[in-house]
Design a protein around this ligand. Structure first.
Ligand code: BGC
Length: 381
């Protein structure tokens, strides 16, 4: 709680909210076309195509850049950190004007990015911060710590911590250690719940209370399922109740849900929360086997990114006021993300909780639609 408080104060002091108005006039579109019509190429390196969200990011980013006349070289690295180095180096060699990277491995790109810097190619870290390099100038993401805070709040509210004397059992499932975001998600949730953990109201029966102990390699569903099966076998096979599992994202939540369905003998349904709003998880939310997902509107993330990239390519310095024409709430933050070399200027969007009661809010984003039976959600296009 103390860390959360410090974080929020720091954010308040250094962050400015951008509440933006419309910028959809045709003259602006014309200006965009004129600007990008000079044959600029943007290299976009994303981690993996097997995860739903990166497909959405890739498709929307490509569409946005191409809509303003830019060429796009979009590459996915199959979660392979060496392949991503090759992807980025090939973009540098082909002479892209800007690099946009969501790193597979936060630590291993610094050498390659030195080459980008020498070639004068600006680098924007997309969604995941890249560590130990001064080549990165801007970072566009969501408030990753807040993702975890929202998960902790949801558990507190649904289990009614403040209304009963009951104690509860909880487990955490983290993301990939190579991803800088993963610690933020874990810390956000853990810090929010730490006073309950310390007082004994909340028990982590497995004893796995550090990020390293709960990390899930490659964010994989299989690994999450296997890890959870082990946790259940070691700690809950005597019929002990598991009340909640905080999963760092929806691919891990899927594995946890499967493990709970096949290997948990308790009579209750543990609360399971994830992140991303993946379609399969949204189906589980409708069916009741997952409870909540923290949703991040990656189309908005792409819009903000596009605007920042345009300003960089025009030799302008992105600032809060220069982003004012977007329809997106974004926080400018200079004190939360230090990459080991410097604090990176960060533009952080706002995540929010989605459960069975506000699924329509996802349809309202335009990204999802109801299926023909009006029961489940699917991607709108
Ligand atoms: C992203 C999450 C995603 C995870 C796995 C994280 O960096 O912020 O949205 O679920 O990577 O790809």
């Amino acid at each position: 709680m103390k860390r959360l408080g410090t974080f929020l104060i720091a954010l308040t002091m250094t962050a400015s909210m951008v509440s933006c108005s419309s910028k959809s006039s045709s003259s602006t579109n014309e200006q965009d076309k004129e600007f990008y019509g000079r044959g600029r190429t943007v290299g976009i390196a994303l981690p993996a195509q097997n995860l739903e969200r990166w497909n959405r990011d890739g498709a929307f980013l490509k569409e946005q850049f191409e809509a303003v006349g830019c060429k796009v070289d979009l590459k996915y690295a199959d979660n392979d950190k060496d392949k991503q180095i090759e992807d980025v180096q090939s973009m540098i060699d082909e002479g892209v004007q800007l690099l946009l990277i969501a790193a597979v491995d936060k630590d291993n790109l610094s050498h390659t990015l030195n080459n980008a810097k020498e070639a004068g190619i600006p680098v924007v870290a997309y969604d995941r911060l890249i560590m130990n390099t001064d080549a990165v100038t801007y970072y566009v993401s969501f408030d990753n710590y807040m993702v975890g805070t929202i998960q902790g709040q949801y558990i507190e509210e649904k289990l009614k911590f403040n209304e009963t004397d009951n104690t509860y059992n909880i487990e955490f499932v983290g993301g990939d250690e190579l991803d800088n975001n993963a610690r933020f998600f874990f810390n956000g949730a853990y810090d929010y719940l730490s006073s309950y953990i310390n007082s004994g109201k909340l028990n982590i029966v497995s004893g796995k209370n550090t990020f390293e102990q709960v990390a899930t390699e490659e964010w994989s569903t299989d690994n999450a399922r296997n890890n959870m099966k082990q946790v259940l076998a070691d700690n809950y096979s005597d019929g002990k109740t598991l009340d909640a599992v905080i999963c760092a994202n929806d691919s891990t939540a899927l594995g946890v849900t499967e493990a709970v369905q096949s290997n948990y003998s308790g009579s209750n349904h543990p609360l399971i929360v994830g992140q991303d709003g993946d379609v399969e998880n949204l189906k589980n939310i409708v069916d009741g086997s997952q409870d909540m997902t923290v949703f991040k509107n990656v189309n908005d993330e792409a819009k903000v990114t596009l605007e920042i990239c345009k300003l960089i390519l025009s030799n302008e310095t992105p600032s809060v006021s220069l982003l004012e024409n977007l329809h997106v709430n974004v926080k400018y933050d200079t004190s939360s993300y230090n990459n080991g070399v410097k604090y990176i200027q960060s533009y952080l969007l706002a995540p929010y909780a989605v459960d069975k009661d506000n699924l329509q809010s996802l349809v309202d984003t335009g990204i999802y639609k109801w299926d023909s039976n009006n029961k489940y959600l699917e991607i709108a296009k």
